[in-house]
Design a protein around this ligand. Structure first.
Ligand SMILES: [Zn+2]
Ligand SMILES: [Zn+2]
Length: 387
């Protein structure tokens, strides 16, 4: 890892940044319950010239520096996950069955420190920090957007600490970065009966098995091989007894795409295949698709701004183009309202043992990434305000 180009303020506050992250790490809170986290951030930011608002979209906090226009939004997320931490660090989670296993503790600490530093600088515009609740699939972005955080925003940026990129790198990519996330539920209804007399029943278990297999032909036979899509059936529930054909089978799963047109075509395709296969086997399929986050599509101009900022922090050679992932992020919701860019801050370090994937009970990251992320937010705000 080569030397970084940190502002003196970032270098000076780095120990406090690490301490704040460790404090948050020990007290993870789940979606929309981030009250201690929000209070901690407010206390950290009070008296530093920021205009502060709390209770935004539930437990969110908004901190604004500067005034006038343009308005740049910087978003970090605050929630932990329902996971029992298996690390043995001095800052291991103190909460039973809850863990910051995605790095949101780091994001929150980075955002708080960056907000404090930016507030002490003269800004040619306004920077709005959003400390967002409930990123992990519970609708936190939608909640704070409904509360008006995107009003008047010209451009939005977000970061994610990323254990798939080495420490000292920043990943910036224009265009599609993360996939849309929709939820799928299929109920297959048959006619229950005796396990020994299948001819007197309509077996929803056999129909479900065929539906699962047939659904895979949507991606392999209907979608262009040049387009990315995933249909995963993740759960199958049916029946209780070994000798009874049940009445119904329930499948749940997830649909991932990058292309909005492909995305909107999926519910009808899935319904056609599921209903067709089920009815051929004397059953009925009811298909329900619940729309989640759209795909994260980084705006070309915003990505160029983010790239310039990243180069200032880690140098040209350490700014990489990350591979898109079929994972999702509710940062996408902000980009429906204003152009923006979501950026990966490399936090993997094999020598330090920081190689676990996000959401693993052993997840942890190289804390040097905190100062990198903080400096990046400062630089991207400056670049975007003067762009
Ligand atoms: Zn996550
Ligand atoms: Zn995350």
């Amino acid at each position: 890892m080569s030397a970084f180009n940190f502002s003196p303020e970032v270098t000076a506050i780095e120990p406090e940044l690490v301490a704040l992250r460790r404090d948050l790490h020990q007290h993870p809170e789940l979606a929309f319950q981030e009250t201690r986290t929000a209070a901690r951030i407010q206390a950290f930011l009070e008296g530093h010239g920021l205009s502060l608002r709390s209770g935004i979209g539930g437990t969110g906090v908004v901190a604004e520096a500067g005034k006038g226009s343009p308005t740049i939004l910087l978003r970090v997320d605050m929630d932990g996950l329902p996971i029992q931490e298996l690390n043995a660090t001095p800052y291991v989670s103190q909460e039973l069955g809850r863990m910051h296993a995605c790095g949101h503790d780091g994001h929150t600490a980075i955002g708080a420190v960056a907000a404090r530093i930016l507030a002490s600088r003269g800004l040619p515009g306004r920077v709005r920090f959003v400390f967002q609740p409930a990123e992990e699939g519970e609708g936190g972005a939608q909640a704070v957007i409904r509360a008006g955080v995107m009003d008047g925003v010209d451009m939005a940026f977000g970061i994610h600490l990323w254990n798939e990129l080495p420490i000292g790198t920043i990943g910036v990519k224009a265009g599609p970065l993360m996939a849309s996330v929709d939820r799928l539920r299929i109920v297959i209804r048959g006619r229950g009966g005796h396990g020994a007399k299948p001819h007197r029943a309509a077996d929803p278990v056999v129909a479900a098995a065929h539906v699962v297999t047939a659904l895979q032909t949507i991606v392999s036979r209907e979608v262009s091989p040049m387009q990315a899509a995933v249909i995963t059936i993740a759960s199958i529930r049916s029946g209780e007894a070994f000798n009874v054909i049940p009445e119904e089978a329930i499948l749940t799963g997830t649909i991932r795409t990058f292309d909005p047109e492909l995305r909107s075509s999926m519910p009808a395709r899935i319904a056609r295949v599921a209903r067709g296969v089920a009815s051929g086997l004397q059953c009925r399929a009811d298909v329900e698709v619940r729309a989640g986050n759209p795909a994260v599509i980084n705006d070309t101009r915003a990505a160029a701004i983010a790239r310039r900022a990243a180069v200032r922090v880690v140098g040209e050679k350490q700014v990489v183009e990350p591979e898109p992932t079929m994972g999702g992020e509710d940062m996408a919701c902000y980009f429906e309202k204003a152009p923006g860019c979501f950026v990966f801050v490399g936090s993997e370090n094999a020598e330090g043992g920081f190689t676990e994937p996000h959401h693993s009970p052993r997840f942890d990251f190289d804390e040097r990434a905190l100062a990198v992320g903080c400096e990046f937010l400062l630089q991207v705000a400056a670049e975007a305000l003067s762009a």
